[in-house]
Design a protein around this ligand. Structure first.
Ligand code: FAD
Length: 333
């Protein structure tokens, strides 16, 4: 296939970069991928919406069944059970390495120096946003995460403990392994982890530990999305649900939008427009995230005002009980 750009580099092989590389390679379009870390897909809890990931994987002829670790039946939020049927944990490192099969990868950190060597450079570097100009008002959430092992919990359950602007989580990975972590823009994530551990009486061995960051400002507030011959894709341009920090599916969605723009020889302006339009509803979730520091009444008003986006989010997970969602949200007040 002939497209406007002859030499394309993708910097970053996370969910966005690896998916875009796979989509382009399958069309016979050569790309050079640069990735600085061998720990692919590691800094993440590996939770996602099953039906949405399944559709993306079909486009690159992969089968979701090869990646599912646990099908989640319930999420326990501050002790309140919400039944769900469209949430899974999956083996993200395996998926990313499969997406990169047949793709040329240079295992090195890329700097702005590479920009002149290519017609188009995709900044898929996640929260680092290594190539696009940095953002003045970036809303970044620090996180910590452990891999732990315990036989004492039900492996179809996710545990959540709200913080202030963030939460602690425990996601099952099958065979008694779990991701235990937390992110919060105000409270110490370690404090939240300890709270969750105490609340569920978890006795566990820690097998590994990492620290990272999640960008919470949506695309509208992550401009520029393109700069010269650099274009952003994934978390570098804020494709993350601002309250939950869920970024795998939205980052892959942004990669698909960029792919469609490139193969149809559309302009990058059209890409920017399409991204802002697709992720417009994240702005309401962003307003909620921003208001989580407020007092009861003000926060209650923001939740009521943006109730549509909250229910839209819950519908994606096929959450069963509206009452329990409202009860769980009332714990924020
Ligand atoms: C602790 C934690 C838990 C999370 N849990 C979930 C979850 O359960 N579900 C969910 O949907 N989302 C989760 N997220 C968010 C999700 O991981 C990200 O939003 C998503 O992976 C973004 O994909 P991306 O490809 O845009 O960026 P990333 O996955 O961050 O990938 C960026 C890649 O670029 C590489 N890179 C950066 N700079 C350079 C450079 N200069 N040169 C070369 N390579 C570079 C990095 O090494 C990295 O591999 C979590 C995030 C964190 C931190």
């Amino acid at each position: 296939m002939k497209i406007n750009y002859e030499k394309i580099a993708i910097v970053g092989a996370g969910s966005a970069g690896a998916f875009l590389a796979s989509l382009l390679s399958r069309e016979g379009i050569n790309v050079d991928v640069y990735e600085k870390s061998r720990k692919l897909g590691c800094y993440c809890a590996w939770g996602t919406v099953e039906s949405e990931l399944k559709e993306f994987l079909k486009k690159v002829c992969l089968n979701i069944k090869d990646y599912v670790l646990s099908k989640i039946k319930r999420v326990i939020v501050n002790g309140i059970e919400v039944k769900v049927s469209n949430l899974i944990t999956f083996n993200k490192p395996k998926l990313i390495s499969d997406l990169l099969k047949g793709v040329k990868v240079t295992w090195a950190e890329a700097s702005r120096e590479i920009v002149g060597k290519y017609d188009l450079v995709v900044d898929a570097t996640g929260w680092r946003r290594s190539l696009l100009p940095s953002l003045k008002n970036d809303f970044l959430m620090p996180t910590i995460e452990y891999v732990v092992k315990t036989k004492d919990l039900d492996e179809n359950t996710v545990y959540i403990r709200f913080g202030k602007v963030g939460y602690a989580w425990l996601f099952p990975l099958s065979n008694n392994y779990w991701h235990l972590g937390a992110g919060d823009t105000i409270l110490d994530p370690l404090f939240l982890v300890k709270k969750l551990v105490k609340e569920i009486g978890l006795k566990t061995r820690i097998l590994c530990f990492c620290k990272s960051i999640i960008r919470l400002n949506p695309p509208m507030y992550s401009k520029p999305i393109k700069h010269g011959n650099i274009v952003g894709c994934g978390e570098s341009i804020g494709t993350v649900f601002p309250v939950t920090g869920e970024g795998i599916v939205p980052s892959m969605k942004s990669a698909l939008i960029l792919f469609n723009v490139l193969v149809n020889n559309r302009s990058l302006n059209e890409y920017e427009y399409a991204i802002v339009k697709e992720f417009r509803w994240l702005h309401q979730l962003f307003e909620i995230a921003y208001s989580l520091t407020c007092s009861g009444l003000k926060l209650a008003w923001v939740l009521v005002k943006n109730y549509k986006s909250i229910f839209r989010y819950a519908r994606r997970l096929e959450a069963a009980s509206l009452i329990n969602i409202i009860k769980a949200l009332s714990k924020l007040l």
